[in-house]
Design a protein around this ligand. Sequence first.
Ligand SMILES: Nc1ncnc2c1ncn2[C@@H]1O[C@H](COP(=O)(O)OP(=O)(O)O)[C@@H](O)[C@H]1O
Ligand SMILES: [Mg+2]
Length: 349
Amino acid sequence: MKVGLTYNMRRENPGEVLEPPGGFRGDAQAEWDTPETIAAIQSALEKRHDVVLIDAAGDAWNLLRETRPDIVFNIAEGSAGPCREGYIPSMLEHFGIPYSASDPLTLNICLDKSRTKEILAYHGLPTARFCVISDPDRPCESPADGVAGLRYPLVVKPLHEGSSKGIYNDSLVRTHGELVQRVAWLQESYGEPALVEEFLPGREFTVAILGNGAGARALPVVEILFDALPGDVNPIYSFEAKWVWDQSSDPLRIFDCPARLDARLQAEIEKLCLDAYRVLRCRDWCRIDVRLDAGGRPHILELNPLPGVLPKPEDNSCFPKAARAAGMGYDQLINEVLDIACARCGVLP
Ligand SMILES: Nc1ncnc2c1ncn2[C@@H]1O[C@H](COP(=O)(O)OP(=O)(O)O)[C@@H](O)[C@H]1O
Ligand SMILES: [Mg+2]
């Protein structure tokens, strides 16, 4: 089979790619994949297929039209704006080329954490109470009760980012003054509204889901161990925790997989994640972040329908880690995702 691999690649020289509105920040490329990850996925797919590389920041339109892959393995995070993950899948739909992972609607909704939470809440799935603030001087727009109804401490995050972009140690605020300051900083740095959520103080987990319909299943649950972080920092999986304090040359022991869970809590977390996967209409695979409230009840933090898959175990990447705990190596995981997508699209490998 001819398999396209669509991606956004990190550059040594950011000037090679289109500058995002507001210019480049230190974390501007955090969502994109390294040449190493792209090569690892390519190599896994090449065990069974011919692979065409398609850089989403290049001339993807003409390359797709000319090469017409039988199916595309899509990991392209997109370049700019709240609908950036929908760019390549929309193009693929236009050309009638089947592809892995969720459709543009689901990808873009999951990139808007408040829209995601509204859908979860509609279906009765627990998620932290929240509001969205665009103007720190006019504290709340949605829902109507606003920040006044929320209990401190609060977590302040950009509405449309992933990979812990905009989530730093200071994102946990304890006073109105800190909140106003943080919202202003987010607006200045990212030019987007702030999602303000009540802080869930309990244990944190992330759950890798594979499959579709009745065949969707959870891989072994990963726990984030905040004890692994330097002393005196807030227990959040911040940008510093993901990319600064944790280096592959000196990895933090930040994950435990399979998480030590009693059977009831494990079943509750898995069911919550599978329900969230279904109501957001995710396809093929997704990684879902979960945190317990003060009473030990799991809540959904967010869904990642294009999960990161760093190939080296020392890079601390959750999806490959969960797959390894299930006895599945990296190449097997990538080909399993492709096979799941082929089965869903009726493409014969
Ligand atoms: N409401 C919350 N309560 C507790 N911790 C939170 C909350 N929201 C975010 N966090 C912390 O911040 C981290 C990143 O937030 P998340 O919404 O998953 O953003 P990202 O898309 O950048 O991964 C989480 O893994 C968690 O540790
Ligand atoms: Mg997350």
